[in-house]
Design a binder for this molecule. Sequence first.
Ligand SMILES: NC(=O)c1ccc[n+]([C@@H]2O[C@H](COP(=O)([O-])OP(=O)(O)OC[C@H]3O[C@@H](n4cnc5c(N)ncnc54)[C@H](OP(=O)(O)O)[C@@H]3O)[C@@H](O)[C@H]2O)c1
Length: 272
Amino acid sequence: MQMIEANGASIPALGLGTWQLNDRVGSRIVEQALRLGYRHIDAALIYGNEKEVGEGLRASGVKREEIFVTTKVPHSELTPPALERAVKQSLANLRLSDVNLLLIHWPNAQIPLAETIGAMCKMKKEGYTRHIGISNFTVALVEEAVKLSSEPIVTNQIEWHPYLDQSAVVAQTRRLGMAVTAYSPIARGRAAGDATLKSIGATHQKSAGQVSLRFLVQEGAAVIPRTSKVERLTENLSIFDFELSAAEMAQIRKLARPSGRIVDWGGAPKWD
Ligand SMILES: NC(=O)c1ccc[n+]([C@@H]2O[C@H](COP(=O)([O-])OP(=O)(O)OC[C@H]3O[C@@H](n4cnc5c(N)ncnc54)[C@H](OP(=O)(O)O)[C@@H]3O)[C@@H](O)[C@H]2O)c1
């Protein structure tokens, strides 16, 4: 598995997204993904399925030390006492003593960022998480978070796929030594039906979904596609045995459009 090194963390470039993978599907897909070679699982308290994710981790038989587990603190739980409670709840759900990466799921303007970042650092110092990170942080907020943090911030997890130009926030995140993790990396399935991506894929014997993921990996991102189908686990994993040319990368960048954002939370909490 290709790794991304950022501020002391080593993050597998491909992970499994787990939003909406509930009940039996959740545990089974996590188990199968790990058996097939995935080593990075993206969870969140708000997804309501950390218990199933933990069951899948254990059922896979893969050693805990080999798996990079991320979870996230909800937007509503960012005061220090609430954050600490949320983290302990996540660990109890997952039945883990720590996670590899703890993210602030969405920023919350109602709660001073200094307090939240202070609480995140405390969680790291006390051993609940090995690394801390942020998600859905804008150019300005990324800089503020880094200034306020006594611990390195290792990633900014953002929506990123061929329909969305994220170059400004990506440049800012990189400038500060952080990785970028791309969520909704196949645009919630839309990229899989895209004519341009299909035609590029045909020359490599790859699907449009694989081209979308490969594009992001070549841009330097970690990708966390979700699927509820075992056969697609293999498809989404098979993106490290081909390379897009500079011309193909440029062609894919042209698919970006101002209305390309899919996860538009409009300032209100949106739990995905
Ligand atoms: N930090 C945040 O605020 C945030 C926000 C959104 C998402 N995330 C994380 O990022 C993960 C991924 O994002 P996402 O779930 O929004 O979207 P996504 O991974 O881009 O797309 C998932 C959808 O695409 C389909 N799909 C998966 N692989 C496919 C393939 N090879 N060909 C065709 N269709 C395919 C899946 O359907 P099937 O199940 O039928 O395969 C599913 O409907 C989430 O699960 C979550 O862990 C984080």
